[in-house]
Ligand binder design. Structure first.
Ligand SMILES: [Zn+2]
Length: 317
């Protein structure tokens, strides 16, 4: 009997060690498989007005480990995730792209899964609406808030802008209305005015369809479903000639695009709606990055990328 118990104990230990080893492997680098996309020979034409500008509005940050942000990242390296909104100023009307942390962020965090709260700490500085008010910016200038996607950390500031419509595509609105765990927060907001847009403007940078918001090529949205069904990429073509692409949460760190690499399994399971579609989306971004190195890639949570732009109230033209 004693021998049997010892054997059982040894087997349990071996199984636990093997399980731990398998989990550890999911954090290791792995070659990403993706399809080749057909890209244009040159960057698309854009005629932004001289007054157009963008400003980063930083609302706080989250602290995690690099290992959780992309496969091959290190456990020993801290990763600071930006929680930013981007203000786009344009004579035809301004937009906020995502909202960062809102005034009620401490309540909003409680709507996220326990595992996420356990793996990352957050720090709130000031919500976007207050920062705009301090500098006497009138929210009447805002034509809308464009969401890269509807996850909690991108929508938390919505109630701080009660008069501003939320620009959304049908796929993302359907995702919101299906009431998944990931959209609990946005569904808890009352009287959100959704303005549904469609991608009516044909292929753009290898994406089958697009929406040229100002009709001058300066702000172009493309559908990149995967992380959520209606996630979008946001191209910003500035008067100085600077070219930016906001990629939302397709990757959390620019290494994801450069290597390329997906998130580790634990993170994918927690946040990605369609992991295979995310791999294809990362492959597309990787090819864009190699073909057009001047196109600055802005993953929503990569502070290093957002620090290259002016912080509100300063402006990058
Ligand atoms: Zn996010």
């Amino acid at each position: 009997m004693r021998k049997f118990i010892i054997l059982l104990l040894l087997l349990t230990l071996a199984a636990a060690a093997y399980g731990g080893y398998c989990l550890y492997q999911t954090f290791q680098p792995a070659e990403l498989e993706y399809s080749t996309v057909e890209l244009p020979d040159a960057l698309p034409f854009a005629a932004p007005p001289a007054e157009m500008a963008v400003s980063v509005i930083s609302t706080g940050q989250m602290y995690s480990r690099q290992a959780f942000t992309f496969r091959g990242g290190k456990f020993g390296v801290e990763y600071i995730s930006a929680m930013d909104a981007l203000l786009v100023q344009h004579p035809k009307g301004d937009f906020l792209i995502d909202t960062g942390f809102g005034a009620n962020i401490h309540d909003h965090v409680q709507t996220t899964p326990f595992l996420m709260r356990s793996l990352a700490d957050y720090e709130f500085t000031e919500n976007a609406a207050n920062q705009l008010e301090i500098h006497e910016y009138s929210t009447d200038n805002l034509a809308g808030i464009i969401l890269t996607h509807a996850h909690w950390d991108h929508v938390s500031g919505i109630p701080d802008f009660p008069e501003v419509p939320i620009w959304i595509n049908q796929d993302e609105l359907d995702f919101i209305r299906e009431a998944h765990e990931e959209t609990v927060l946005i569904n808890s907001f009352e009287n959100v005015e959704y303005l549904i847009y469609a991608f009516d403007d044909g292929p753009y940078m290898g994406y089958p369809e697009s929406l040229d918001v100002y009709r001058d090529g300066s702000l172009v949205l493309v559908p990149i479903g995967g992380h959520t069904p209606g996630s979008v990429g946001v191209f910003l073509n500035l008067p100085s000639g600077k070219r930016l692409m906001m990629v939302g949460d397709i990757v959390w760190a620019r290494e994801g695009i450069e290597l390329p690499a997906e998130r580790p399994l634990l993170a994918r399971d927690m946040v990605d709606h369609d992991e295979a579609a995310v791999r294809e989306a990362i492959g597309h971004l990787h090819q864009l990055h190699k073909r057009f190195p001047d196109l600055e890639m802005l993953p929503a949570h990569d502070r290093r990328a957002f620090e290259t732009l002016s912080q509100y109230p300063s402006r990058t033209h």
